[in-house]
Design a protein around this ligand. Structure first.
Ligand SMILES: NC(=O)c1ccc[n+]([C@@H]2O[C@H](COP(=O)([O-])OP(=O)(O)OC[C@H]3O[C@@H](n4cnc5c(N)ncnc54)[C@H](OP(=O)(O)O)[C@@H]3O)[C@@H](O)[C@H]2O)c1
Length: 244
């Protein structure tokens, strides 16, 4: 009987937002062969890598209605989201006195408001289950500032504040909320950085190399595990020593 009960117990579902991007693809590969159901979110480019059994969901994170529909569909397909990795994000380099309202609004909407709405709509399932893991992707830019990154830095700093409040609101339901503040990684947005700037960045990183997505996914694996049940409200720096 116990054996049967174990077999019919549903696997935990991870929603990976921005699964189609550089880091999203690698995070998906990492969790693809582990004991999870995967809900892969994308916006404009369907994910190239879809592990067997994973389901894909399209939504524009600027649109609360689309987010609601996506979560409803995941609830129907997979029985709810237990773990959410907020990996979608954009970065538009613009000096502050030239920032357009469209770019400002898009950056705040996709990087900060969207992750909040996604979290809001996955919470009923997590609260009911007395379990949940929320991981936001912040950035070293929120901590140090960077020329041309007014909207990006503000949006990523917002996630750090959001992490603190949500962690306090949700602790009594055993839902943990943490941010990872990334330095510079070897895939994704880094490809938009000119070679010259990339070389300069490398010189500044004490460990002298860009981050590897495997290091990021391994940290996520720990955060979502039972071993990390006491870790909440934190921003974990993963940056090769660039900021401490
Ligand atoms: N790579 C780094 O070195 C680095 C450093 C610090 C922080 N980060 C953070 O890590 C995360 C992933 O970065 P990445 O480098 O992998 O970026 P990326 O390759 O540019 O991927 C961005 C992701 O965001 C999604 N997205 C864009 N606009 C969207 C919208 N309107 N609605 C919903 N999703 C949208 C994209 O979906 P589609 O492709 O389907 O449109 C894509 O999956 C971001 O939050 C970024 O800020 C990255």
């Amino acid at each position: 009987m116990v054996q049967i009960a174990k077999e019919i117990k549903r696997m935990k579902t991870i929603l990976i937002c921005g699964s189609s991007g550089g880091l999203g693809t690698e995070i998906t590969k990492f969790f693809g062969d582990k004991e999870f159901d995967l809900a892969l979110h994308y916006y404009d480019h369907p994910p190239e890598f879809i592990p067997s059994g994973a389901k894909t969901y399209k939504a524009d994170l600027r649109n609360e209605g689309e987010i609601m529909k996506m979560i409803d569909q995941i609830n129907t397909d997979l029985g709810g989201v237990d773990i959410v990795i907020h990996n979608a994000g954009i970065s538009k380099s613009e000096i502050s006195w030239k920032v357009t309202s469209e770019n400002w609004d898009d950056t705040i909407a996709i990087n900060l408001s969207g992750p909040f709405w996604v979290t809001k709509y996955v919470l009923p399932h997590m609260r009911e289950n007395n379990f949940g893991r929320v991981i936001f992707m912040s950035s070293i830019v929120a901590q140090t500032g960077s020329i041309g990154a007014a909207a990006y830095g503000a949006s990523k700093a917002g996630l750090i504040g959001l992490t603190k409040t949500l962690s306090k609101e949700l602790a009594n339901k055993s839902i943990t909320v943490n941010s990872i503040a990334l330095g510079y990684f070897n895939t994704g947005m880094i490809n938009d950085v000119p070679d010259e700037m990339r070389d300069k960045l490398l010189e500044e990183i004490p460990l002298n190399e860009l981050g590897d997505p495997l290091q990021l996914a391994s940290l996520m694996e720990y955060i979502i595990s039972d071993k990390a049940a006491y870790l909440t409200g934190q921003t974990l720096n993963l940056n090769g020593g660039l900021y401490s």
